[in-house]
Write a protein that binds this ligand. Structure first.
Ligand SMILES: Cc1cc2nc3c(=O)[nH]c(=O)nc-3n(C[C@H](O)[C@H](O)[C@H](O)COP(=O)(O)OP(=O)(O)OC[C@H]3O[C@@H](n4cnc5c(N)ncnc54)[C@H](O)[C@@H]3O)c2cc1C
Length: 317
């Protein structure tokens, strides 16, 4: 796929826009899904990394990548990719997607975790969806408040929208426009005070501890556990801890993507070659499924990656 444009969003986050190389339409994505990229990072093995689409479904692919200190994949993306470059990208996948429903929607994110829920907000705004929509975002300060204006403009297009922003830095700086961020992090009390509807579907993305806390607060407030959906960007250790997944496939899909991410960063017992093999397994499975025009199940991808990590031969596909 051709990288058509790079846009700097904050000092540490840039958005990348992709086109197909031959003008053919891009495979459809559902709001909340992610792309898997295989990055030729140089002398070592390619880095396989997943990035949620932050764009509206049907409007082309945009991912938004935070430059992690010492990060192989994000460092390569920020330092070495330029418009016009070709990048290996698998079709969108993932089951953290906006459900069709008439219930209220609560979108909660922290930092770069805004990406998949922003895609959901785009979908809701494009449909002028009548559901009550709550946008709750936690940023360090105004300078690191990703998609502040874009999200605000999307919420303006909805008939029943509620926006609540939290800034965690003590010196967060002035609020922009009429928006008045709440200092600190959301607490059980501050969330309860918002009057969130208890029959809502909630979609959470951010650091694991953040999602654990918010999911707990939402359950205490009365939301049903199976209506609290989470997307895991980083560690394997806590896939929806304390939250009963809405379906087994959600949990498996989250695990398989997170596993490669975790394997690339901090899996303590995996050897470097096993990590590379697991990443390649996910990539191979993704590409095979794309070629077949068919989604390989998340379970099969997880199984293939696990098999390689455990030293089993071949792909179970
Ligand atoms: C489904 C899914 C969706 C995702 N969506 C997004 C998204 O929209 N945007 C986004 O930015 N990310 C997203 N991610 C995370 C992304 O896939 C990568 O995990 C992330 O970019 C980090 O990869 P990396 O190669 O830069 O870091 P790695 O090289 O894998 O390092 C992992 C971590 O270890 C730290 N580290 C590595 N080496 C050192 C060292 N020597 N000293 C100190 N620290 C070190 C890095 O800072 C980094 O935080 C998503 C992940 C998943 C699973």
């Amino acid at each position: 796929m051709r990288l058509s444009r790079i846009v700097r969003e904050t000092p540490t986050v840039s958005s990348l826009y992709f086109d197909s190389t031959d003008g053919t339409p891009l495979p459809a994505a559902r709001a909340g899904q992610y792309l898997t990229l295989r990055l030729a990072v140089g002398d070592s093995a390619p880095a396989v990394r997943s990035y949620s689409l932050s764009s509206a479904p049907g409007s082309g692919y945009r991912i938004s990548v935070k430059h992690e200190a010492h990060g192989r994949g994000s460092g390569f993306i920020h330092g070495r990719l330029h418009p016009g470059d070709l990048v290996e990208v698998a079709s969108p996948r993932g089951t953290f997607v906006l459900e069709e429903s008439t219930r209220p929607v609560v979108l909660v994110s922290a930092g770069i975790g805004a990406t998949p829920v922003l895609a959901m907000l785009h979908q809701l705004a494009a449909a002028r969806d009548a559901r009550p929509v709550w946008w709750i975002h936690v940023a360090r300060d105004r300078a690191r408040h990703i998609f502040a204006d874009e999200a605000h403009a999307l919420l303006d297009q909805l008939p029943d929208a509620h926006e609540h922003i939290y800034y965690t830095a003590a010196d967060a700086g002035p609020a922009s426009g009429e928006r008045r961020p709440t200092p600190g992090r959301p607490t059980a009390a501050s969330l309860a005070a918002l009057g969130l509807p208890t029959d809502a579907d909630a979609y959470l993305c951010g650091p694991t501890a953040f999602m654990d806390d918010i999911a707990g607060h939402l359950r205490e407030h009365g939301l049903r556990a199976e209506r609290i959906h989470t997307e895991q960007f980083s560690s394997l250790s806590a896939v929806n801890p304390g939250v009963r997944p809405s379906s087994v496939s959600t949990q498996i899909s989250t695990s398989s993507a997170a596993m490669v991410s975790a394997a690339g960063s901090c899996a303590p017992r995996a050897t470097a070659s096993a990590v590379t093999a697991a990443a390649e397994a996910l990539w191979t499975a993704s590409v095979v499924s794309d070629r077949q025009g068919d989604q390989v199940t998340a379970g099969a991808r997880l199984e293939a990656a696990l098999g390689l990590l455990q030293g089993r031969d071949g792909l179970a596909l």
